[in-house]
Design a protein around this ligand. Structure first.
Ligand code: ZN
Length: 561
């Protein structure tokens, strides 16, 4: 069925809560594991209906934000969220505290119980008012950023359009773009500082109410992390600093020379290819190439792309009243993934059929798994492993998207992706230090950012850029305000994606089979176990990135254009 024809009906938070509470009651009264499993079926049916309705309403709203019906529905689910979450929590508590737990862990999965435990540690009824306040501050920030106008050469532009000039081949244009970016952010400095300071304090307060030392621990629980903790992430940071930073610094400095740049500034960081980064063929060409590519990869991926195209599960044209970002979502009741994007003619358009389709393929593969609704595909680091690796498995097919510029694309893609690891790790390091020291002043946070820049991106300088030279680059990294501690997931996934890239260059068929096996498992296995099964080492062991960095450096020199 076409996505536009999927039936929508509001499933209220009360309906869902009644079902979840009834299931919790049955679990508490259960005399055998079989009784609990029967109660779980009732909970899952309600969860499936509720999740599907909430995702469908959001999708219909995002394709036309002016549609009054779906705007009302979206607002309903925004408000109903905490009620539904509370009901889930009581169901989770009943399972966790069941005297039959040992038996249940065997009948279901220990990972499921670990995930329920983390869920319980991430929320408590007494922090609900703080959560509401946090959501308000996040919305305030999102609206401030979305509404900010940047005046560039006589035109008033939103930030995504301004930042297209950051990719200009002309250095003066890039410098001017960043000067406008910094100047405009600087005009809103007081608001940006106030909102973040309030966010840090409300998050710190929630953590302390729940008995944690600071927000870091709570932040990890909120991310649903099951297989790595703060100490392991700290070791990952040391690995990045020791072995990835020097390689990226060397490669970026050498590449800058090819661009005619000897003093690497922040405004030189968004360009890779002399003469301008390559652009793909248009929309029709991209979809034709994607269909060919997924069929060439195998029958299963072929059936997947045919289903997506047959059901019109992509909405990629920019138009008035359409939400400006991109995402991949799914409607579990219909086992249907959906991708929204806004094509703009850059290489980013291709990500829609590689990165986003990597997410969609995973949700297609796991839709029948027995824990698909409760564990989804696992943590965000696992989800991004599915998508970022697919970007690399698409490499042999890039001539279909970029014609004679395919080599340039591959070089740009790999250098960008590898440079991202230190940057993303810095964003995560910054957040640890901020939440460990919640009373840092705004100026103290900026100084901290500059200190970290020198460690993670020693090859570039922010000198001479209005406002940004004070160490405020973090203020337009939206995750820092909106989704704390999310960022490291991208970095971890990127290391796994590079492992798959290197393996695929040695033996594509074997690497792709291991990738499909990993994706098919979903959340029933934690990420570190998935990596081990795929034949890759954990990135958390001391020195774990040394060999990878050396191999990536060699590959980048081999494919340099
Ligand atoms: Zn993604």
């Amino acid at each position: 069925m076409k996505v536009s024809e999927l039936e929508y009906r509001r499933v209220t938070a009360e309906e869902f809560s009644d079902a979840a509470n009834a299931a919790a009651g049955r679990v508490k009264a259960a005399g055998s594991a079989a009784d609990v499993l029967a109660a779980r079926e009732g909970y899952l049916a309600a969860l499936c209906d509720y999740t599907t309705a909430s995702a469908l309403s959001y999708m219909r709203y995002s394709i036309n934000t002016a549609d009054p019906f779906y705007l009302t529905e979206k607002n309903y689910y925004d408000e109903a969220g905490p009620i539904a979450q509370n009901a889930s929590l009581s169901y989770a508590g009943a399972l966790l505290d069941s005297p039959l737990r040992c038996e249940l862990e065997k009948a279901l999965s220990p990972v499921l119980f670990k995930s329920l435990e983390v869920q319980r540690k991430s929320m408590a009824p007494e922090i609900v008012p703080d959560m509401v306040e946090e959501n308000k501050l996040v919305s305030e920030y999102s609206q401030l950023m979305a509404g900010m106008e940047f005046e560039f050469r006589g035109e008033k532009l939103p930030r995504p359009l301004l930042m297209k000039y950051a990719k200009s081949d002309d250095r003066d244009t890039r410098r001017e773009c960043y000067a406008v970016l910094g100047g405009t952010l600087g005009a809103h400095a007081a608001e940006l500082d106030r909102i973040y300071d309030s966010l840090v304090h409300v998050r710190d307060r929630m953590a302390k109410k729940m008995g944690y030392r600071n927000f870091v621990e709570l932040g990890y629980y909120r991310m649903g992390r099951l297989c790595y903790d703060q100490a392991m992430v700290a070791q990952f940071r040391r690995n990045v600093k020791a072995d990835v930073v020097p390689v990226v610094a060397r490669l970026r400095t050498e590449n800058a020379r090819r661009l005619g740049v000897t003093d690497f500034h922040l405004y030189d960081n968004d360009v890779v290819i002399p003469g301008g980064d390559p652009a793909p063929c248009g929309k029709a060409g991209i979809f034709a190439a994607a269909r060919e590519m997924y069929h060439a990869m195998g029958p299963e991926t072929g059936a997947f792309i045919d289903m997506m195209l047959r059901n019109d599960a992509f909405d990629v044209d920019s138009r008035k009243n359409k939400w400006g970002g991109g995402y991949c979502t799914e409607f579990p009741k219909y086992r249907q993934p959906f991708i929204l994007a806004n094509f703009n003619g850059t290489a980013g358009d291709v990500d829609v059929v590689t990165h986003e389709a990597g997410h969609a393929l995973n949700s297609y593969l796991i839709s029948g798994n027995r824990f698909a609704l409760e564990l989804n595909c696992g943590g965000m680091e696992t989800a991004e492993t599915h998508s970022m690796s697919m970007e690399f498995f698409a490499w042999p097919y890039m001539a279909r998207f970029f014609g004679e510029n395919a080599d340039k694309y591959r070089y740009m893609h790999a250098l960008d992706a590898f440079s991202f690891i230190p940057y993303g790790t810095m964003v995560d390091d910054f957040q640890h230090r901020v939440y460990e020291n919640p009373d840092l002043t705004p100026a103290g946070r900026d100084a901290l950012w500059l200190e970290l820049e020198a460690q993670y991106r020693p090859y570039l300088t922010m000198e001479g850029m209005p406002y940004l030279d004070r160490g405020t680059r973090w203020q337009y990294q939206m995750h820092i305000y909106e989704t704390p501690f999310y960022y490291i997931d991208y970095c971890l996934a990127q290391t796994a994606a590079f492992r798959f890239l290197l393996a695929s260059r040695a033996n594509y068929g074997d690497a792709f089979a291991r990738y499909m096996a990993l994706s098919r498992q979903g959340g029933e296995q934690v990420w570190t176990d998935l990596l081990r099964e795929a034949g890759f080492p954990s990135p958390f062991a001391p020195g774990a990135l040394k060999g990878l960095a050396a191999e990536v450096e060699k590959m980048l020199r081999d494919i340099a254009v």
